[in-house]
Design a protein around this ligand. Structure first.
Ligand SMILES: Nc1nc2c(c(=O)[nH]1)N[C@H]1C(S)=C(S)[C@@H](COP(=O)(O)O)O[C@H]1N2
Ligand SMILES: [Mo]
Length: 313
């Protein structure tokens, strides 16, 4: 299998969202004019649904203004739906999010299957406004809806042998056209050390902007680990598996020298092909400095006490 290299986009080369949006409108107009076809983006809009009750979140406090809903839902990575930043919004309408279950396997007391409707009732839904940093150099401020990932870990009842947890995501070629193309080793599997997954900042996200998760952002549930690069947050999870040894992940398999297991946001450790020192917020023009642990060092640095974070990048 050829090793997949995501497009080597330097932050300076990322299309500003405005240009991107204009381009989309242009091609959308073409599609409508030539084919009279309904747009996937429109289909996604039609399924938008608000949660009845969300605890307005200010944990941890963050003054930054959230990025626009439009930017966050039209520019992203979901490679099962294609390689481009607008592939998710164009193609994710094909994802069926009900019925949906999450299997629990590996080092657990009893393997079992959770239903999404039950998961949604496990804990009060909170809004968490987090910084988001993609390894490619763009960032966003996203008001997620969810509850601590620790709740899922606790209810899974891992055994004393469990030291890592894998998140397996859907890989159905009927719904996800690009899983027929082997540029990643499907299914997309990411993993965390158990203590990382139990950290109160790690979120099991079921929505954003007060609404159920848009399909292109990983409906119906995904992981959000705000101090790590975005690719650690697996979308559309169907299985969690507890293991004893640090497992390979979709990205360490694709390019071990470019994507480490830990992938904590670190401006001092460049990616092999570009710097990580700065980032560009979607919707903004000037770059900002990237912060160690994406600004969450006070809360999470102790997880890595004594570790060489240049080696464990
Ligand atoms: N299943 C799955 N999860 C995924 C990805 C993916 O391709 N497939 N891409 C990751 C990457 S590289 C990023 S930056 C984030 C993007 O999330 P967003 O589109 O909600 O901003 O999702 C992550 N989770
Ligand atoms: Mo990413």
């Amino acid at each position: 299998m050829p090793t997949f290299r995501p497009p080597p986009i330097a932050p300076s080369e990322i299309t500003p969202p405005e240009v991107h949006a204009a381009r989309r409108r242009f091609s959308a107009g073409m599609a409508l004019g030539l084919l009279g076809a309904a747009l996937p983006a429109v289909a996604n809009q039609e399924t938008r649904r608000r949660f009845d009750a969300v605890i307005p979140g200010r944990y941890p406090p963050l003054e930054d203004k959230p990025t626009s809903y439009k930017d966050v839902t039209t520019y992203g990575n979901f490679y099962e739906f294609g390689p481009d930043k607008d592939s998710p919004v164009r193609n994710a309408h094909r994802l069926r999010v009900r019925p949906w279950t999450v299997a629990v396997e590996g080092e657990v007391k009893t393997p079992r299957i959770f239903d999404i409707e039950d998961i949604l009732r496990w804990a009060p839904l909170e809004e968490r406004i987090y910084r988001f940093r993609c390894v490619e150099g763009w960032s966003a401020i996203i008001p997620w809806v969810g509850f601590p990932l620790a709740e899922l870990i606790r209810r899974s009842e891992p055994t004393g042998n469990a030291r890592f947890v894998e998140f397996w995501t859907l890989a159905d070629p009927e719904q996800m056209p690009y899983v027929r193309v082997p540029f990643l080793d499907w299914p997309y599997i990411e993993a965390l050390r158990i203590d990382e997954a139990m950290h109160p900042l790690a979120l099991l996200a079921v929505g954003m902007y007060g609404e159920h998760m848009p399909k292109q952002n990983g409906a119906p549930l995904r992981v959000v680990v705000p101090w790590k690069y975005g690719f650690k947050g697996a979308k559309s999870i169907v299985k969690v598996r507890f293991v004893e040894q640090q497992p390979p992940t979709v990205w360490t398999k694709a390019a071990p020298d470019e994507y480490g297991f830990y992938s904590n946001v670190n401006p001092d450790v460049p990616h092999k092909r570009w710097s990580q020192s700065h980032e560009r917020r979607l919707g903004e023009f000037f770059k900002r400095k990237t912060l160690p642990f994406n600004g969450y060092a006070d809360q999470v640095a102790s997880l890595y006490a004594g570790m060489d974070l240049r080696r464990n990048f």
